[in-house]
Write a protein that binds this ligand. Sequence first.
Ligand code: HEM
Length: 567
Amino acid sequence: MLLGSFDLDLDNLKSTILVVLTASSLVYACYLIWNNLLKREAIPKTLRPLPGPPTRPFVGNAGQFNPLAPYSTFQKWAKEYGPIYRVKLGSQTYISVNDARIAKELFERRGNKYNSRISTHVGYELLSQERRITFTPHGDKHNTFRKQIHNILSISKTRDNQRFQELESRQLLKEFLEYAGSSDSQPADVQQIFRRYTASIMMTLSFGHRIKDLAADGLVETIFTIMEGFGKAIQPGQYLVDAMPMLKHLPYFLKPWEQEVDREIKWQWPFMYGLLQRVEEQMDKGIPNIGLIRQLAEQRKRMSEREREEKFIDDRSIGYQSMTLMEAGADTTGITMMNFALAMLLHPEVQAKGREAIDRAVDDSRLPTFEDLPNANYINQIVKEVMRWRPVITLGIPHANTTEDEYAGYYIPKDSIVYGNIWNINHDPSRYEDPDKFRPERYDGVTGSAFELSTVPNALDRDHVTFGWGRRICAGMHLAERSVMLVAARILWAFEIEPARDAEGNIVPVTADFDKAYDHSVVASPKPFPVSFKVRSEKRKQVILESFRDAESTWEEINLDLFADVK
Ligand code: HEM
């Protein structure tokens, strides 16, 4: 009897699954046909459709470019179809903007229309529980998240933040001394030295926790795992449901992506919530600490439950906001420093000029500081050129337009995904002669910061567009640029960057070829390359060691170790 009813249930289950599968497939097929074959974009008679590569039924232009490194195909298409063109993936319209003036017009002058984001289902709705600022659509939630972060990163906070950049870069120099002095040094060590520096600053600003040793830090290790999972989830083409949103209505057991995210959230959220609880315990015990999470927890304490919800300062918003600084700021800035080292290795003449500039501003008795930078503007020029030459986020983070629009007689459908193509704009030969050449002299006479130049009325007077546009412009651009400038100045003050040699003493060749020498994902990062750091003199070495010892005593006083035991 029992066996019989089990058999019956199993049969029932099988036929239910079959019915659901068949019904879903039919609905899905109808949806595809409707979207791709029958539904025509209603373009007003006075307007033209945007030009773009020919599409194929159902898939559009999918398969015609590498989704992880689309920059080269997108560059070829810009030559063929002009400064603004469309690409189709399934039924979704993507628009590539390849001219600085058009980008300024759309993202800034018409910012009220173009400053939203398309919320991806897996990356944003599921994995971020609709709370990661980078993918939050335009509206109150985004404005509030932006203000919360601004409280930590604004220009008026520069002095506070500079203190950490100043201290952490002493450890960076000490680690390069060790790298220079060891016969076991590996190319990947350079990446790790830069990564520790940027990650430590981001962790300090978000959790009040510094990273002494990247390999031994339990908290940062877990955060890197969360970051990697998120990075994977937002890669274009990773999940079919992001191109075909109607698939989210399938029954749970037919949605492996949702099951996968649920497994992740099951451990990620208690981890994030645990950090918040720990901060609250520290507050209750009167233990002082700094960082975004502490600031938000303190504000929240004074609020009613309703106010917390209204002001997006609920548990989950705080949890994801505190992850954001690491996710958005650590690797982007670290990779830019790798690009700096690569440029210096390949361009000894620029390196020598940079060294002369810093030597004119500072002698060998102390490390350069932020105050010295205005007296060595060539460093500013080098950093601008690094950011223009090898932008970390080649296509930027795509904007989305919330209403239909017209540009130069072209029709722009509502809810398009609009890319400001950073790579193309930074490599526009009509603005930058020989765009792939590394030449800081392009910026002779330019003294403004990336932030100041992002506000100039004429788009062609901007230095580069590596930090994006409008209300979505990088919230950490000021911090990132200053971090790279200080590190560049200190490295040039302390070291000569030279080619590495093999066991026979031959130079190991290195290239900056963007196809071959870079790993492409959401960010474009140079593969580790062999390089030698040579300290410039014994005196400079002693200054580095002494200033590192001073930094250690300062760290002891400010105690940024309150999460040291977290795993
Ligand atoms: C060299 C390093 C960096 C680069 C190249 C970079 C680049 C970018 C770009 C291209 C965007 C998208 C802009 C747009 O949509 O138009 C962005 C957004 C953002 N960046 Fe950065 N970034 C860097 C460092 C940082 C740092 C250090 C932080 C934080 C401490 C940060 C925080 C953010 C945030 C929060 C957003 C999202 C803004 C929004 O959607 O409202 N970034 N960044």
